[in-house]
Ligand binder design. Structure first.
Ligand code: PMP
Length: 429
């Protein structure tokens, strides 16, 4: 596999100068290669937030200048996110805390008799929020075509073909980085009278997401994976089910009018727009940061970002591909299109020990485990030999990167894994 020239420099992010202690007694700069868990803040996002904080005020709650300014910025952030996702004109953007929060909000807003279809390969945030009595969990497909066929079969076979149904699917796996055939899955869902929500937690930071082109009904993502680590997430899409649902949280902001009833209770008239599900004082800084990140990524251009990421992926694969001890995990095949997320197992090294050694000896931050996608990782590890087992059971090592990753971090990772592998296989380790 040839390594191509990068088309753009990494975007400036915070934390590039952080030094960390090494087991040897020295120190080194930290190589953050766990973007799939949380990505570093873009410098641009930090600068925008720092410039705004002196003007911070309550949203939708004050007549003062700073409250009005904050309300204006909050609503502009909503519009920026809608444009970033290429939403339809009547879609709603609700600010949440995270992807987990967004999907739980949608789960709470489903019509009472709604069936849910989800692949076992999903992150737990997409696998678990649904009413277990109404969810059908689909087997891991071994290719995009099989994914579509599996979904079509399940939707066609459902016992209430005219009842409401929702499909929840990831855009890019947090384990393998592989891209899922979202357009085809959305078409299948709609052909069978179902709706679809896209878990874009791993997709949106790496790839353009167009609600219109993909024809999905909702999209969820998290700010902290999109270079905006200030506690906000997004659920964007169809307004109808959200409008008809009980508010996700009860409280101020979600309520339009409240009166004390003669019998001692209270009567409430709830809001109808996004505010219906944004009770309490909203996280304006989080929303502002997400909007800033959306603008920064759009300006940098996804074409260049995708090309650079592909170059880094190829660096890892070319750098480790010749080692018989290393096996990359993949559902759709090694050459399937993916974002900058790769999981692997290394013969002779339990993944947890490998992650610890990478941190202690090389200052590299990666993750070992099952990545909140236990069924998927277990499926992928089938056949992995016993030397891949840690005390907690079989697990994998995940390396993930993105717009701020310099070549040196990936080169350091490759060199470190090669050294550790040779140590494991050399006599007298
Ligand atoms: N979906 C996917 C694909 C993820 O990777 C993650 C986070 N690892 C989530 C959902 C949940 O995101 P959050 O923890 O920000 O709620």
């Amino acid at each position: 596999m040839s390594v191509v020239t990068p088309v753009c420099a990494p975007l400036p992010v915070l934390g590039r100068d952080v030094t960390v202690p090494l087991a040897s007694g020295g120190e080194t700069t930290y190589a953050a290669l766990d973007y799939a868990a949380s990505a570093p803040a873009l410098q641009r996002v930090w600068d925008d937030v720092a410039a705004y904080v002196p003007y911070y005020g309550s949203v939708h709650r004050g007549a003062g200048y700073l409250s009005r300014l904050s309300t204006d910025l909050f609503e502009k952030a909503r519009a920026t996110v809608a444009a970033f996702l290429d939403c339809r004109a009547d879609d709603q953007v609700v600010f949440t805390r995270s992807t987990t929060d967004s999907l739980n909000l949608l789960a709470a807003a489903l019509p009472a008799d709604c069936r849910v279809f989800v692949f076992e390969t999903e992150h737990h945030a997409a696998l678990l929020p649904w009413n277990s009595a109404r969810v059908t969990v689909l087997d891991a497909p071994r290719g995009p075509g099989e994914a579509v066929a599996t979904l079509e079969r399940a939707l066609a076979d459902r016992d209430d073909p005219h009842g409401p149904a929702l499909v929840c699917v990831t855009g890019a796996s947090n384990v393998t980085g592989e891209l899922w055939p979202v357009t085809e899955l959305a078409a299948a869902a709609h052909a069978h009278g179902a709706r679809i929500v896209l878990d874009a937690a791993q997709l949106a930071p790496h790839h353009p997401v167009s609600v219109r082109d993909l024809d999905v009904d909702w999209v969820a993502f998290s700010g902290h994976k999109l270079y905006a680590p200030f506690g906000s997430g997004v659920l964007a899409g169809r307004a109808d089910w959200l409008r008809e649902a009980e508010p996700y949280l009860a409280g101020g902001g979600a309520s339009r009018g409240v009166v004390r009833r003669a019998d001692g209770g209270v009567e409430v008239r709830w809001q109808e727009g996004a505010a219906r599900h944004e009770a309490g004082s909203p996280n304006v800084i989080g929303a502002y940061a997400i909007a800033s990140a959306c603008t920064a990524l759009t300006e940098a251009g996804f074409e260049a970002l995708v090309a650079r990421e592909r170059y880094l992926i190829e660096k890892v694969r070319a750098g480790l591909g010749d080692l018989p001890e290393v096996r990359f995990l993949s559902l759709f095949g090694d050459d399937a299109p993916r974002v900058g997320v790769l999981s692997l197992v290394v013969d002779g090294w339990p993944s947890a020990d490998l992650a610890t050694a990478l941190s202690a000896e090389y200052g590299i931050g990666v993750r070992a485990g099952l990545f909140c996608a236990h069924p998927l990782v277990r499926t992928l590890l089938d056949g992995a030999d016993a030397t891949c087992e840690s005390a907690e059971g079989p697990s994998a090592l995940r390396v993930s990167f993105g717009a701020g990753t310099p070549d040196e971090h990936v080169d350091r990772f490759v060199a470190a894994v090669r050294q550790l592998v040779s140590r494991a296989t050399s006599p007298g380790r």
